[in-house]
Ligand binder design. Structure first.
Ligand SMILES: C[S@@+](CC[C@H](N)C(=O)[O-])C[C@H]1O[C@@H](n2cnc3c(N)ncnc32)[C@H](O)[C@@H]1O
Length: 290
């Protein structure tokens, strides 16, 4: 395991993933009944943007920082900006002075409501799992609703679904280090849905070559059998396998009217995050709902 998310925190992939995640959470929390949230590949929960790791690649400058530099961000992405502000009380109007970037465990933990909501987090890297435990304690203490597992997230999805309560969401956000990770993700999605047909799944994926990703989605869509969207953002034409040219989220069992809510946000993100002509944003219906 070489991947450490600290080098990539706040990049354009995180921005898309976290903007969408916050909308999924808002939709889930519209009903008062309790939810179970799962993050199978959690990372360390919060990221110091002044750290050597974050500074080395500087990826957040082409991600969260580029988004916040536009004063319209607070109007178009109110939940995202509010989350950033809550971790960075000194954040300036132009996005200046952003010091800490929230990871998905932090966003999920912050959304927990009554005593019956649950959050399950899995992180396989031993050091990162320990850092996550420490980081969560900073903001949430020892919250009995949160279970942190140092274990393989794919195995945990098998062992821990369907969760109690049943209503809820799993974020599946692997590092895509292994050559066969796209295939592993597809198997995990299908197996999870067999056990938990009503679960909402948000599955992040990188886009290097669009063609290869489209073939993976089409293969998966043929077996899914339940409403699924693919939300994608590319920052340059996705023709070369050399680098991450874009990223996407598969949203299985999405909330009602999510695409309508997300489209203006995606258009804004594309305008802020494009690195070259030919960048794009789209929401594709992979499998239609009933
Ligand atoms: C992309 S990062 C997660 C970022 C996080 N979800 C967020 O949005 O803030 C992927 C994480 O998965 C961890 N990881 C890699 N393989 C794993 C596995 N099989 N099970 C659980 N975690 C794994 C890595 O150590 C890394 O921290």
């Amino acid at each position: 395991m070489n991947y450490r998310h600290a080098f990539h925190a706040g990049n354009f992939g995180d921005v898309l993933k976290h903007v969408v995640l916050l909308e999924l959470l808002a939709a889930l929390h519209r009903k008062p009944s309790p939810v179970h949230l799962i993050d199978s590949h959690a990372g360390i929960g919060r990221y110091d943007l002044a750290s050597d790791e974050a500074q080395r690649g500087g990826e957040f400058r082409f991600g969260v920082q580029a988004v916040l530099a536009d004063p319209a961000a607070v109007r178009i992405l109110p939940r995202y900006v509010a989350a950033l502000r809550s971790l960075n009380p000194g954040l300036r109007e132009d996005g200046g002075d952003l010091q800490v970037y929230p990871g998905s465990p932090w966003l999920l933990a912050r959304s927990l409501r009554g005593a019956e909501d649950r959050l399950t987090l899995c992180e396989l890297h031993p050091e990162d799992a320990e850092t996550l435990r420490h980081n969560l304690a900073i903001d949430f203490g020892r919250d009995p609703r949160i279970a942190l597992h140092h274990r393989n997230g794919f195995e945990a999805l098998k062992a821990l679904t369907p969760p109690t309560p049943r209503r809820g969401l799993a974020l599946i956000d692997p590092a895509y280090e292994a050559k066969d990770e796209f295939a592993m993700v597809a198997r995990a999605v299908l197996a999870t849905l067999r056990r938990w047909p009503t679960g909402q799944l948000a599955v992040w994926y990188p886009i290097k070559e669009q063609k290869a990703v489209d073939a993976w989605k089409a293969g998966l869509a043929a077996d899914l059998g339940t409403e699924t969207l693919a939300v994608e953002l590319t920052v340059r034409p996705a023709r070369e396998a050399r680098q991450m040219n874009g990223n996407g989220l598969l949203l299985v069992n999405p909330p009602w009217q999510l695409a309508e809510t997300l489209m203006p946000m995606l258009d804004f993100l594309q305008a802020r995050l494009a690195r070259e002509a030919g960048a794009g944003a789209r929401i594709e219906t992979l499998v239609k709902g009933d």
